[in-house]
Design a protein around this ligand. Structure first.
Ligand SMILES: Cc1cc2nc3c(=O)[nH]c(=O)nc-3n(C[C@H](O)[C@H](O)[C@H](O)COP(=O)(O)OP(=O)(O)OC[C@H]3O[C@@H](n4cnc5c(N)ncnc54)[C@H](O)[C@@H]3O)c2cc1C
Length: 435
């Protein structure tokens, strides 16, 4: 009797799950496991963190489904990952651990440790590609270097892609091979040190035909015309293969967004220091302002710039912000307020339900002009023009800033022209363009 474990991480689904499919098809019985890792949890200061609530809720759904089928459920534990694996291997007599590849620097290190420890105990560690179409070393330049500019990366991605790469793995058809023995009931959220939040989860089974005119409508925050699938991609509650298959049918621009996601994942893998340092080193000379009062106004949506304030309030209230508005708020922080992009990145990381290290760092560096493929530093978004273009009728603004237009709404905290000029001067000096 061949017994294996499947370790759920960023792939919280039974359908079209590559690692799970391999575990179920290559073994007689598979123990599903999720480990709440204190290395991650202890860093979260908000005890009502929406991401933890989301994961907890999702695990409960998956566990309940298995129990309804007369199976054991999911073994959900909280503690040191390596030690737990040692215990699980022994207690459940597991000969292999299956999972899907995780590319973030800390995850790569963690998996390496688990692999080492498992092999010392005679168990195999097997990890598969699942959350991307192309991994970090599969779309490279002719000379083997990683791309650092998006357009040629995308061109290469498309030229290497074939439809069969998006074929699903029928993991859900093999669920009867999941563990049949008794598994303890899942932990309550309180037992892992958290509380339920005001979490609202966007639909994961969307009608893809709503994305047919994505390219025309995606920039208008009031239209709500993007997929809202980012949180599901982040935690793997949908399969990227399914989304790419749909994207091919509905809209090329939407497919390009999925490719941006893989581009930034590839960048993070090859340039792990980019989480802390400017991708383009010369930008590290920019003299940022570390003004806590100004930063707070930005965080709480009190800048006096309605599109910026609406975005920040949407983020605080829901854990989501529309992409166009993410661009405007990020640009406002780094250019108008000249505050270090790392502060903004950290704040988004704390609040975003779809927080993804690679996309967040990549986009923040892009906004600050120091990232790979970033716009030139002298392109400074004008928040007034952005509002006129993308929320002309103030529908989005009125939703999040109801006092806009009344005396209760704050004055603009900085003047656009002046702060734009200040940014140009500070960036220009750092880059040696002006003395
Ligand atoms: C400053 C800033 C920070 C960001 N931080 C994150 C983050 O932490 N996590 C995150 O998933 N996205 C991030 N984004 C990218 C983008 O804003 C979100 O992916 C998008 O708004 C999610 O909404 P959606 O699912 O409706 O996207 P759609 O427009 O429907 O796009 C489909 C999917 O493509 C991917 N995608 C779209 N745009 C981008 C992009 N610019 N970069 C990388 N992937 C993209 C996402 O997975 C998204 O779900 C950030 C953008 C900016 C400007």
């Amino acid at each position: 009797m061949k017994k294996a474990a499947f370790w759920f991480r960023r792939d919280l689904r039974f359908e079209d799950n590559h690692g799970l499919y391999r575990a179920l098809s290559e073994n007689d019985e598979v123990l599903p496991v999720f480990i709440f890792d204190p290395e991650i949890l202890d860093k979260l200061t908000d005890k009502q963190d929406r991401r933890i609530h989301f994961i907890h809720q999702r695990l409960n759904e998956l566990d309940a489904k298995l129990r309804e089928m007369g199976l054991g459920g999911i073994l959900i534990v909280h503690g040191d990952v390596v030690k737990y694996w040692q215990k699980i291997i022994k207690m459940y007599e597991i000969s292999s651990i299956y999972c899907n590849n995780d590319y973030e620097p800390a995850a790569v290190k963690r998996d390496w440790l688990v692999d080492e420890n498992a092999s010392m105990m005679g168990a195999e560690f097997r990890s598969f590609k699942d959350q991307v179409i192309f991994e970090e070393n599969e779309v490279l330049k002719d000379n083997g270097d990683p791309y650092t500019v998006y357009t040629p990366y995308k061109k290469r991605w498309l030229s290497q892609f074939s439809v069969d790469m998006a074929n699903p793995y029928p993991s859900q058809d093999l669920l009867s091979k999941m563990w049949k023995g008794r598994i303890p009931e899942p932990y309550t959220i309180e037992r892992i040190g958290f509380e339920a939040s005001d979490l609202q989860v966007p639909e994961k089974d969307i009608d893809f035909s709503s994305l047919i005119s994505y390219d025309e409508h995606r920039d208008y925050p009031a239209l709500d015309s993007t997929s809202r699938l980012s949180v599901h991609l982040r935690f793997g509650t949908v399969s990227v293969r399914k989304l790419v298959s749909q994207a091919l049918k509905v809209n090329d621009t939407w497919l390009s967004e999925l490719i941006w996601r893989e581009f930034f994942m590839m960048i993070l893998f090859h340039f792990p220091d980019s989480t802390k340092k400017e991708f383009k080193g010369k930008y590290s000379a920019v003299k940022w302002r570390y003004d806590e009062e100004d930063f707070k106004k930005w965080c709480f949506g009190q800048t006096g710039y309605p599109l910026v304030d609406a975005g920040m309030r949407e983020l605080n209230a829901t854990g989501f912000m529309h992409n166009r508005v993410r661009m405007v708020t990020a640009s406002f922080l780094v250019k108008h307020l000249l505050i270090d992009w790392r502060w903004g990145e950290k704040y988004f990381a704390k609040k975003l339900l779809d927080f993804d290290l690679s996309a967040n760092v990549g986009n923040w560096q892009w906004a600050a002009g120091c990232g790979c493929d970033a716009a030139p530093y002298f392109r400074v978004f004008n928040p007034h023009t952005q509002l006129d273009k993308f929320d002309k009728n103030l529908e989005y603004v009125k939703k999040w800033v109801p006092e806009y237009g009344t005396t209760e709404y704050p004055e603009e905290m900085v003047e656009h022209k002046e702060s734009r000029q200040r940014a140009l001067d500070v960036y220009g000096r750092a880059l040696g363009k002006i003395s």
